[in-house]
Design a binder for this molecule. Sequence first.
Ligand code: NAD
Length: 295
Amino acid sequence: MTATRIDGKAVAAHVRAEIAVKVKAFEARAKRLPGLTVVLVGEDPASEVYVRNKGIQTREAGMVSNEIKLPGSTSQAELLTVVAGLNADKSVDGILVQMPLPKQIDTQAIIEAIDPAKDVDGLHPANAGKLNQGIEALTPCTPLGCMILLEKSGVQIAGANAVVIGRSILVGRPVAALLLAANATVTIAHSRTKDLAAVCRQADIVIAAVGKPELVRGDWIRPGAAVIDVGINRVPADGGKTKLIGDVHYASAAAVAGVITPVPGGVGPMTIACLLQNTLTAACYREKIDPKGLV
Ligand code: NAD
């Protein structure tokens, strides 16, 4: 058996095109555009690329995009002041503080300082709590992207055995909550899980969010299972270069799975698409418009 490769780039482009249409409908009703502000502290090259791409795709979807760049020496108090300003700014619907933050800043304090209504990363405990109680809320972008990829690939989620490897607040926990809300039977595996291979073999759906290159092998995968690889690992390649690989050994897993995401080109492109979706959703909530009824 050879798995069907899920084309995350194509699905993300489709989602962005749908958002662009909804943004026009929002503008017609609210008489303004949704706005996203991204805050970048320091000069991490990977973060700079992410922030640039977020800006480009936000504008392409017809929304207002702003970037605030702060020096790497910014103190926690200074960053909290910037966040408080954005919380109070009526033109800002979404606030995203790009992680990782410099060492002198307490990341959790920043997450908790963002107004939950503008928390398009979905990391504030108020939003995480709502997600775990099955209440509609702003939800972390990468987990939302995983769910859209499963749905668009026709994977049956209700009643499925889903194994999520990883328990971070960014990916593992929220994707497990979304799978549970979609009526899967969910196991969360992590660094202390005994016999991870055996746990994985029970899964109809495997979500790998670990950060360990090619940890998940083909013989861990149940024939026909759906495999979503969230991992992004930069490893040495030929000629002194580097390349990106996932948490799943693609070739051996694709020989067994039913559907599988590649790295790159799988989950990655979905993250920004879902950030745009969250910004529009936040704008709708603030304007008391039902985001599902926009078009
Ligand atoms: P994290 O380091 O916060 O969490 C990793 C989790 O993996 C932990 O909960 C840990 O318990 C578990 N783990 C570690 N070693 C393990 C092992 N040997 N067996 C089983 N579980 C183990 O990482 P994260 O932020 O959740 O990110 C995970 C991966 O996803 C990383 O590669 C990251 O780069 C990637 N990521 C991708 C996107 C995207 O847009 N595609 C977004 C976020 C994260």
